[in-house]
Design a protein around this ligand. Structure first.
Ligand code: FE
Length: 307
């Protein structure tokens, strides 16, 4: 083969087998490889730096933390910002704001009607009851909506990914009643950080960035004919509320804590002393099509699924 300049090599990389393959994959690969060629040239990337990155990517993939890095580099929020922009252009900006799903959703949590207790009582944190309604944008209740929620334990870890927790610990699905109501008991979750001494922390240490997320609770809410809402609410007062590793904090999603609420009326959740209450209504848009109303995580529309 002839001697090549970088640009000639790039054309060969892109130009082979152009009649085959997937046009969209070819388009995006061309753009990304072109940008990386340019980065290597502009930044004078040496072989040892390049192969160090390849090794890091290999370890990152093996660690299952790729989706932590995407969040920390802003990609998850970027996709939400773009969805918001598309909604605004389409005149669909009403309802509860979306927020990033994160990499730790697990489908199939236990389902109950109206209310649920998430924790098993083994951790005696501040008792939290969060309650409210699922409404449409006209203020009408959405009966039979499914409020699928998940949060970290007292150590900042999620069941399924943390082998020390029981299956579906701190994960539940609650079906709203005729008035669109839901409520659940748990404890106030703490914030958490990316795993120390991991491929993810290596990158963010090198970038001089912390890996902390403020305390939050995740939700995925579906209702018949409604657009699925994936969001999270933040607990106020957290140090990292406005300095979130994943850039996920949004106005309208920071709840208010009502301290010392009366236990009266909460016996079915085994609440017997004053507790911390959060009231929050979720407002769903009408679905424009079946795809918008489908339940499922962000991986549902992909051909490859994460385990
Ligand atoms: Fe989370």
């Amino acid at each position: 083969m002839a001697e090549l300049t970088p640009s000639q090599l790039l054309e060969l990389v892109h130009g082979t087998q152009v009649a085959a393959g997937t046009p969209r994959v070819r388009e995006l690969t061309r753009r990304i490889v072109t940008d990386l060629f340019r980065t290597i040239e502009d930044c004078n990337v040496k072989p040892d730096e390049f192969w160090a990155v390849v090794q890091w990517l290999t370890r990152l993939g093996a660690s299952g933390q790729v989706a932590l890095v995407t969040a920390g580099l802003g990609f998850d929020r970027l996709l939400d910002i773009r969805e918001d922009e598309a909604d605004r252009a389409a005149g669909r900006s009403d309802g509860t704001p979306r927020a990033v799903e994160g990499p730790l959703y697990v489908a199939g949590a236990p389902l109950s009607k109206g209310e649920a207790r998430l924790d098993d009582g083994s951790f005696e944190g501040a008792v939290l009851v969060m309650e409210g309604r699922v409404l449409d944008t006209g203020g009408e209740p959405v009966a039979g909506a499914i409020v699928d929620l998940w949060h970290a334990n007292e150590h900042g870890l999620y069941s399924h990914f943390d082998p020390d927790q029981k299956p579906y610990n701190l994960r539940r699905r609650i079906e709203t009643d005729a008035q669109g109501r839901y409520r659940f008991r748990s404890f106030l979750p703490p914030g958490y950080a990316v795993p120390p001494n991991s491929p993810t922390s290596e990158l963010f240490d090198a970038l001089g960035r912390h890996g902390n997320r403020p305390a939050h609770i995740h939700f995925m809410i579906t209702g018949r004919g409604m657009r699925t809402l994936t969001t999270q609410v933040n607990i106020p007062g957290d140090t990292f509320l406005d300095d979130d590793f994943a850039f996920a904090t949004r106005d309208g999603l920071i709840v208010e804590l009502e301290q010392g609420a009366s236990a009266e009326g909460y016996k079915s959740l085994d609440v017997r002393a004053p507790f911390t209450r959060v009231r929050f209504d979720f407002v769903l848009q009408k679905a424009a099509n079946e795809r918008e109303a489908a339940a499922g995580s962000r991986y549902a529309g992909t051909t490859a699924t994460a385990d």
